[in-house]
Structures are given as C-alpha cells and as structure tokens.
Design a protein around this ligand. Sequence first.
Ligand SMILES: [Zn+2]
Length: 436
Amino acid sequence: MAGGQIWDEQYECMPHREIEQLQLERLQATVNRAARNVAFYEQEFDKLGVYPEDIQSLADIQRLPFTEKQDLRDSYPYGFFAVPLREVVRIHQSSGTTGQPTVVGYTANDLRHWTELVARNLVAAGVTKDDVVQILFGYGVFTAGFGFHYGAEVIGASVIPVSHTDAQRQVEMMRDYRTTVIIGTPYYALRIAAAAEELGVDPHSLSLRIGLFGAEVWDERAREEIENSLLIKAFDVYGLAEIGGPGVSYECEHRCGLHIAEDHYLVEVINPETGEVLPPGAEGELVFTTLNKEAMPLLRYRSGDISRLDLEPCACGRTLARMSRVMGHSDDRLIVRGTNIFPDQVAEVLARIPGLGAQFQLLLDRTAALDQMEVHVEVAQDSPPDSVGGLIAMEQQVAERLQNLLGMSVAVKLVQPGSIDTSQGRTRIIEAPHES
Ligand SMILES: [Zn+2]
C-alpha cells in the first residue's frame, strides 16, 4: 500500500469473489423487492416472463429489463418508490435537459449508506478530520451539496456549506477560514482560480491542498490547469442522482480510474445502440443496478455515461473495480441546427472569461422555423460591469467565444447574480405546442 488511508477496509479491500457473492445475495433481494413493490418492474417482469427466482448468478441480470430515465419520468413523482412515503426521510431530484425532473427517495438506511460511501470517497482523496472543507456545490434538491456535506462531517472534517456564491467571495473565505479542501464542479474551480488572480491573492498564501470535482465532464488538461492555478491535487468523483448521488465511484491517490462501490452497485457496460453487454475493458454505456437501496431500488439503470471498466487490482489495495473517467453523457446533449452542444463545453469556455458569475443556462427555442439558442449568464457579484456600454461589450465577448466553440452564433444575455435557477438543469427547451 502506498500510504493512503482507507475508510472501510472490510468492503473496499474484500477479495473480489467475496464481493461477487455479496452482490448476488443483494441482487436477489433487490429484484424481489422491486418485483413486489414497484409496478413498473412487476409489469416488465410479466412481459418478459422472468421471475425473481430466475436470478441464480450475476450473469442472470441480463434477463432483466433496462430502466431508462424516461421510465422514471413517466412514474413521476413517486412511482418507483418501493416503500411507503412515511418511510422516506429525504427527497432529491435530478435535472435533465427536457421535461419532468426525476425524483429520488431515501430511507434512513439509504442516507446512512450514502454518507458512508461519500466518506470512502473523501478518505481515498486524502481528506482527514483535520481538514477544513469548503463545499462549492449547490445545496437544495441537487444531490451533490448534501451528499458531500454529510460525508465530510462523518469523517470529522470542519465543513463550510458555502454552496454557489460569487467566486471572489469563495476566495476570500478560503483565505480567511484557511480552507484546505474544496469540492465542486471543475469549471467553477477554474472560475475561482481566475477570481483569485483578479483579487491579487497568491495561491501560495492559501492553505488549499485537495480538490474533489465532478458533475461535469472534464479531462486531464482541465485537471492540470486546476492543479497549477490553485496548487492542489485534484480528484475526479462520480455520482448519479437517480441511483443515490455522489459516492458511486471515486479516485484513490493513484488516480488511475474511479473505484466503484461494488458492494452497493452492480455495474455493466453495454453497447448503447444494441443494449448488448460488453466484456471488461470495452468502451460503452455504464448501466447500474442498486444493491442496497430501500426507498428506490433501480435495476439496470442506463446512465448515458460513456466509460470502460478495469478489473485489475489497484496499487492502493482496494479490490473494487475501476471505471475510466466519463468521456461524455449522451443525456445532456442538445442538438441545435444539427450541431451537438454539451453544457459542459459551454461551462469550460465561460470559466475562462473574467467577470462572470457562477451560473448559466442554455435556452433553446424550438417554436421558430429555425432553432434559436440564447445563453443567459450571471455576472459576478463583486465586479459587475459599471456601465451599459461595459455590459454590451462583455456580452459581445461571451458571444464571440461561444461562437468559436459552437460554430454558430448565439444570443448572449448577462443577468444579475443569483437570478438563474438551475435546479431543473442548465438547459431549457421551449417547444412548440402540439397542433390538434
Ligand atoms: Zn486504487
């Protein structure tokens, strides 16, 4: 072992065949519960002629139906709950590009497990009870803020639940509170690095040492940029609101893929076109089955995230399989006039423009003959443009950068800090009403 700490050695370092045995037992229990308590699964099982007792090995999972995001939407709000509402102690929701949000429920046990998984994640990155953790993720119905909050508390760190605020304010708090760990989205971290520079705060004067980043697709180039500008070690984290939030998989100190909490999740990789299950090492869409969820068990949930699995043991001592960093989400994609647009790409461009705030939203209007896209971006709280001319110049600058990225012109509107509500996602689509 290379000196890293492990929060839960029993499960994180369990011999893999024992994990598989545990997975099978938990899978059987989950399938039983889902078949009995969730109408969607009862109907799907009937249609396919499969019964819970058909699950005799892990490979038998392939007899079960997939669950799609649309299935969750169709059952809005509580159709996938497998327990009575009085046993649900927390409700979160996940956003999407279109339509209904999806709802996630947690029993008290679900919350306890979730907290444990996030604690594993934080400890694997080197966070300890001596750290001061500043959480940049939004709180509210989005899972990341609360998820990391409780995980950091359970390991005994000092947690500052800042959530989204002006980037300069974040820097001042980091300086004053001697923050050592930040947790948020990667492009917000870049924005904070830019704000530190604007404020003349030398990163050497800060106490930061570790950053955990997720909820956006980012690459090694962004990692390097964040590490160099904030003088931290940056870790990728992965979670999916529908199956429970952050803590699903995480990097250890070797950062060679993200260890999956296999005692809680069974992961398959499929060909996204055909649904065929691919062998380990092949690139495809991640599909998750929850193994320990009481309130909302999900079978073969299609994440839309493209990755690959590595089953080789890791130098850290963990036996948990690793997934490569997610290369893209099929889900977030907007197609505008034939061009693929990913909100994460837009976030990456906006992060590098000084004077902007924390949030933005893409509004796609499909009511006209030609799709129109408008980008709303908050200005920074502490340094708003001081004149109408300044505002227009800044809008033009943002529009030009986006045009370079997207290859099409978009309208840009700068708005007041705090005025954009992204609880339903960073994209909004305005559809034409159906003709009758
Ligand atoms: Zn490892």
